[in-house]
Design a protein around this ligand. Structure first.
Ligand code: CMC
Length: 430
């Protein structure tokens, strides 16, 4: 296969190298384009643009494949847990027993937040959105742990292990404290002897006078939800993290920007939209049939269906759908929303409208049902996504910060405003 592309522009011919990825994806390398021809490319939404070379996550949307560092998501979901998978994503290899033990200890050590940060919670309005608080508190970590956030890449990389453990461990503490404060409940501090997910649920649901006992199936379900969200290559929030990191900004500032990007309904907010949709269907007395008809005529959108990249089953949705059944059975919960979700999925997968457009359930279709069953409130769903995505943000920050040839991300634009004109004094305007 040719390793070059030939571009003819006006009367000039330019030979452009072709880059082939380790999974055989091909890209035309246009880095010399503007210098050689004066042209730039136009790709609003970046649907055809490789913004970086990365060795973290591989997605093949046509074939429904997702791999972290080469390991299929199905194998990780079956055999691993969130902390081990986070280590894999951040450091590139599955940990040895010793490495895993040390990583868990580091996460325990960094689980507490600076006591003065706890006072910050008191100043947010009681009804503030948890994602607004999470973004602000992630950024504030740079104030309270300044030695981990110097914006000197060399120094920040030397302290990377502590910064990564701080971000990964404290995001969970901050999330739980946000929930407690919003409910007017006393803050529950993390416990050293609990696993990552058990500790989060303890900080959410224990009371000073009554410890929460976590059923193993609940810890398993939460582990799975976080693991399945741990990275997803160059999505909106992750490319935002890389963009900010490219200026030399520290990990906490970059991750805070990722949290802001995730908040939007087209990205991390979709898991809430699914539950709202299922609730509306249930309250209207529909079993899902009328809703499918409305979706087919463009009058409604089947939330939790369709994906920009997956044109086949989202592999995460298959795993999460099975988990929803297991969890609700084990907890003896009869959730009418799960019945409606199943009916919607079964019907939609047989309908030409969805088949022709290659619309399949995505990760958000069942994740909300699981979070509801665990007791996570609706306005915390996107926060859960952020906790899960943290390993991916950390790994992507590291890839940018440690690239010796890295350049600041600075796209061009096609300017469509007025051409030059003279300043008009105010009394002559109108
Ligand atoms: N229900 C009904 N029709 C749909 C849906 C849907 N969920 N998704 C796409 N379509 C139709 C759309 O109307 C269009 O039809 P036509 O060709 O007749 O105009 C066609 O399918 C192509 O859709 P599109 O909007 O061009 O696709 P996109 O790649 O721009 O959008 C999407 C992808 C995920 C935003 C979209 O499928 C959607 O809005 N889904 C519902 C929201 C959702 O579940 N989002 C979570 C995504 S996964 C989490 C993450 O990675 O952040």
């Amino acid at each position: 296969m040719s390793k070059e592309a030939l571009l003819k522009l006006e009367n000039k011919e330019l030979t452009l190298p072709v880059i082939v990825s380790s999974e055989n994806e091909r890209a035309v390398d246009i880095r010399a384009l503007r210098k050689e021809t004066g042209y730039i490319t136009y790709d609003e939404g970046y649907g055809n643009t490789g913004s970086c070379q990365s060795s973290i996550t591989f997605v093949d949307g046509e074939n429904g494949i997702l791999r972290y560092r080469g390991y299929p998501i199905e194998q990780l979901a079956e055999n691993s847990d969130f902390v081990e998978t986070a280590y894999l994503i951040i450091y590139g290899e599955l940990p040895t027993k010793e490495q895993r033990k040390k990583f868990r200890e580091l996460l325990s050590e960094h689980a507490f937040i600076h006591e003065r940060m706890v006072y910050l919670f008191e100043n947010y309005p009681r009804d503030a959105h948890p994602m607004a608080i999470l973004g602000a508190m992630m950024s504030a970590l740079g104030c309270y742990y300044p030695t981990l956030a110097t914006n000197d890449s060399k120094l920040d990389l030397e302290n990377f292990d502590d910064a990564a453990a701080t971000a990964l461990s404290k995001i969970r503490t901050i999330a739980a404290m946000t929930y407690r404060m919003s409910r007017g409940l006393p803050i529950i501090y993390p416990k050293r002897d609990l696993g990552y997910c058990e500790n989060f649920l303890h900080m959410m649901f224990s009371e000073p006078y009554d410890l929460y006992e976590c059923p193993p199936i609940v810890a398993k379900a939460l582990n799975m939800i976080l693991l399945l969200h741990a990275d997803h290559e160059q999505n909106c929030s992750t490319s935002t993290v890389r963009m900010v990191a490219s200026s030399g900004a520290n990990l906490f500032a970059s991750a805070a920007a990722g949290i802001c990007a995730l908040w939007g309904p087209l990205h991390g907010g979709a898991n809430m939209a699914v539950i709202k949709m299922l609730t509306d269907i249930h309250e209207s007395g529909d079993d899902g049939s009328k809703f499918i008809e409305a979706a087919k005529t463009g009058k409604a959108r089947l939330m939790g269906f369709g994906h920009r990249v997956y044109k086949n089953f989202d592999p995460r949705a298959k795993i999460i759908g099975r988990l929803a059944d297991q969890l609700l059975d084990a907890l003896g919960i009869d959730d009418p929303l799960l019945d409606i979700a199943r009916k919607l999925a079964d019907t939609a997968l047989k309908e030409d409208y969805f088949i022709e457009r290659k619309l399949y359930p995505n990760v958000d279709f069942y994740s909300g049902i699981i979070m509801r069953a665990i007791g996570i409130p609706l306005n915390m769903f996107t926060v859960m996504f952020a906790i899960g995505r943290m390993p991916g943000w950390i790994a992507n920050w590291h890839e940018v910060a440690s690239n010796p040839k890295g350049r600041i991300y600075r796209p061009r634009q096609i300017y469509t405003g007025p051409t030059t004109r003279d300043y008009v004094p105010i009394d002559q305007r109108g």
